[in-house]
Design a protein around this ligand. Structure first.
Ligand code: GLP
Length: 261
C-alpha cells in the first residue's frame, strides 16, 4: 500500500485528483472507467476535478462511471439517493455523459436480480480503471459492513446501527435512513485496476490503522485492500494519528518527492 499523509483535507483531495487526471489522460479517447463513491470524503476531490475541468479543460467526455452503492427504496431523484448525490456534487458539473453515470437501481422490483445485473455491467464495460473510496468509521468500504465476505459480489446488505447513525446527518432523522442497500461486493471492488482511498479527520483514525496495519480480517472489510497491488491511501494528519509507521510513510514520500524534482 502506498500511504500518503497530506497536511490537510485540501491537499489530500489534490493528490487524489492528480491520480484521476493521470488515468483520464492515459485512457484518452478510449474512455476511462471511473469508480465513484459518495459520502463526504470524496467531495473536495470532486470539487477539485470540477475546477480542473473548468479552468484547465480536463475532459470527461469519453469517460463513464460506476457508483459503489445505493440505498434500497429511495427514488433516483430523492435528495439523498446516491444517484442524485453524485450528479449534484460531481458529474452534473463536468462533461461526462449523464447516461454513462451508472448506479444500482434502488427501486428495482427484484433487488437481488438488480445486484447481479449491475455487477455484470461493470465487467461488460471492461472493468474499473480507477476507484475512489471513502471508509466508514467501522472500516466499511462501499456498504460492505464488518463480516462481509472477501469473496462478495454486488448484493443486498443490511446496514449496522453505527452506519445508520453516521449517515443520519444527511437525513432529517435516523428513522429516514434506509437500512437496506445494494453495494458492490469486496471482490467486485477489488477488481478495479487502481484504488485510491481518501480519509480525513480523527474519526477515521482507528479505521485507517486497522485497514493499513491491522490483520486482513472481515472485522475490518477495508483491510482486504492490503491484498491489492495498486492501492494508494491518502489521509490528512488527523486520520493518520494512529498509524504506527507514520514516520516511515513520510520518509518514503519524501524520497519520491526528491526523485521527482
Ligand atoms: C457511506 C458510503 C461509503 C462511504 C462512507 C463514509 O456509508 N456508502 O462509500 O465511504 O459512508 O462516509 P463519509 O465519507 O461521509 O465519512
Amino acid at each position: 500500500m502506498e500511504i500518503i499523509i497530506a497536511k490537510d483535507a485540501e491537499q489530500a483531495a489534490a493528490v487524489v485528483a492528480d491520480r484521476f487526471e493521470e488515468v483520464l489522460r492515459e485512457r484518452g479517447e478510449d474512455g476511462a472507467v471511473l469508480g465513484l463513491a459518495t459520502g463526504s470524503s470524496p467531495v473536495l476531490t470532486y470539487r477539485e476535478l470540477i475546477a480542473r475541468h473548468r479552468e484547465q479543460g480536463l475532459s470527461f467526455a469519453h469517460a463513464r462511471a460506476f457508483l459503489l452503492d445505493e440505498y434500497i427504496g429511495l427514488s433516483a431523484d430523492h435528495e439523498q439517493s446516491y444517484h442524485r448525490f453524485i450528479r449534484d456534487t460531481f458529474t452534473g458539473h463536468v462533461d461526462m455523459p449523464d447516461e454513462l453515470v451508472l448506479s444500482p437501481d434502488g427501486e428495482a422490483s427484484d433487488p437481488r436480480a438488480e445486484a447481479v445485473r449491475y455487477d455484470a455491467s461493470i465487467g461488460e464495460a471492461g472493468g474499473v480503471d480507477i476507484q475512489i473510496l471513502g471508509i466508514g468509521a467501522n472500516g466499511h468500504i462501499g456498504f460492505n459492513e464488518p463480516s462481509s465476505s472477501f469473496g462478495s459480489r454486488t448484493r443486498v446488505k443490511t446496514l449496522t446501527e453505527q452506519t445508520v447513525r453516521d449517515n443520519a446527518r444527511f437525513f432529517s432523522s435516523s428513522d429516514e435512513v434506509p437500512i437496506h442497500v445494494l453495494t458492490q461486493g469486496l471482490a467486485t471492488i477489488r477488481e478495479a485496476r487502481r484504488i485510491v482511498l481518501i480519509a480525513t479527520g480523527a474519526g477515521k483514525a482507528q479505521a485507517v490503522r486497522d485497514m493499513a496495519e491491522g490483520p486482513v480480517s472481515a472485522a475490518c472489510p477495508a483491510s482486504i485492500l492490503q491484498m491489492h497491488p495498486a492501492v494508494t491511501v491518502v489521509v490528512d494528519e488527523a486520520a493518520a494519528r494512529d498509524l504506527t509507521h507514520a514516520d516511515y510513510y513520510r520518509f518514503i514520500q519524501s524520497q519520491k518527492d526528491r526523485l521527482a524534482s
